[in-house]
Design a protein around this ligand. Structure first.
Ligand code: ATP
Ligand code: MG
Length: 379
């Protein structure tokens, strides 16, 4: 059965007495996200997983890098033979190689240098390739753990961070756009458990779920174990606000943003989420000026909201989204509530005027009416 060597992030490695909790959570998440995996063992600072399937552990937060490896008895004859076999597959005239040894078990008779020399000599003899330790075409990695050696030629980088489940629970305001999607990814990568809340303009959650909002959530769900999206209708607010907003044109966006945040905070409390987060980035659009974001904070009356993208440029957000393979989906058009409202919003909310409008709307009863129509989908 194929063996996978998985190294956890150096941040996990720096943990003290609770390192084992992080590693155990990582092991649980690996199994949850990769159900074909039959075992994940901790072996002196690395994890060793077995799975009959071709696996890609690049979607598990907390993984620094992983490799499909040959697991062998820790003795030089077997190691040399496996390294030669790996090198032969990649060898070509004129190519150079390097052996990258790592000795975790200090009782092993050869030190790293000695292992490198010994394996290197075997590969030179078998393939005729030259050694280049600075910029080789091929790298063969050898890791010695107690009793077992691992040989592999390809390392894949992981997302780093902490395993989901280690940092409490957060509720994210999720629009189906790239910003809030990336915000969720980043908070999960710090180990938070994530639920999302999405306000939609449709008759049912199923309609929103069938569109890019649901497709993106499903993609996110592969990285975030336990992800769920609470769908809330925008209709109750829209119905009640239709007349009132005419008199408060400039504040309609800010008022709706405040409403979404307050509703989300009420939901967060029900769900035992300790804070909200959003995809805001300072100044990106009219609703994200400092004044307007503070107007949203004001509506939350002290309930915390994080904005992980606050200092990011749009281009950085897009580059990340593309790198993660999310952007093509995220940029697809979508009918969202905010777009319906967004005609020349004020960039500096006058809180007294907003409060006046909110009193007419009777926000607490609107929150109750909206939450009564919640539909939750697990991804
Ligand atoms: P995004 O790319 O996430 O859509 P955006 O740049 O388009 O962000 P806005 O539409 O102004 O910006 O939304 C800012 C933030 O408000 C979003 O990142 C998200 O956190 C929240 N938000 C916007 N629309 C919704 C919605 N329909 N439901 C829930 N949250 C939303
Ligand atoms: Mg948007």
């Amino acid at each position: 059965m194929p063996t996978y060597l998985i190294h956890y992030s150096s941040e996990i490695g720096l943990k003290g007495h609770n390192r084992r909790d992080f590693i155990n959570q990582l092991r649980r998440n690996i199994r949850r996200q990769h159900p074909a995996v039959t075992s994940v063992e901790h072996l002196m600072g690395r994890l060793v997983a077995e799975s009959p399937k071709a696996e890609d552990f690049g979607d598990v937060f907390g993984v620094a890098w992983w490799a499909k490896a040959r697991a062998l008895p820790a003795e030089m004859g077997a190691i040399n033979a496996a390294a030669v076999e790996a090198a032969r597959k990649l060898a070509a005239p004129g190519k150079t190689f390097a052996i990258r040894p790592r000795r975790a078990d200090k009782r092993f008779p050869l030190n790293s240098q000695g292992i490198g020399r010994d394996v290197g000599a075997a590969v030179v003899e078998a393939t005729g390739m030259g050694v280049d330790l600075t910029s080789p075409d091929i790298e063969i990695f050898v890791e010695i753990a107690p009793g077992t050696a691992f040989v592999f030629a390809e390392r894949h980088s992981g997302p780093n961070g902490f395993p989901v489940g280690m940092s409490g629970k957060l509720l994210g305001l999720y629009s189906g756009g790239i910003d809030s999607m990336l915000a969720a990814y980043l908070m999960a990568r710090r180990g938070a458990r994530i639920a999302l809340v999405h306000f939609h303009v449709f008759e049912s959650a199923a309609e929103a779920h069938a569109q890019k909002v649901g497709k993106l959530a499903a993609k996110l769900g592969r990285n975030i174990p336990g992800l769920k999206v609470h769908y809330l209708p925008y209709r109750p607010y829209h119905r009640r606000a239709a007349d009132i907003v005419r008199r408060y044109q400039a504040y309609r966006v800010v008022a709706f943003r405040r409403f979404m945040a307050r509703t989300a905070a009420a939901l967060a409390q029900q769900e035992h989420a300790k804070a909200l987060f959003s995809g805001d980035s300072l100044g990106q659009v009219a609703s994200q000026t400092l004044e307007n974001m503070l107007a949203v904070n004001d509506a939350l009356a002290g309930f915390p909201i994080f904005r992980p993208l606050i200092g990011w440029t749009k281009q950085e957000i897009i580059d990340w989204g593309e790198g993660l393979g999310f952007y093509d989906l995220a940029k697809q058009p979508y009918r969202d509530g905010c777009a319906l409202l967004a005609k020349k919003p004020s960039t500096r909310a006058n809180l007294a005027r907003v409060a006046e409008m909110e009193a007419l709307l009777d926000i607490p009863s609107l929150i109750e009416e909206t939450l009564a129509q919640i539909e939750t989908i697990h991804y």
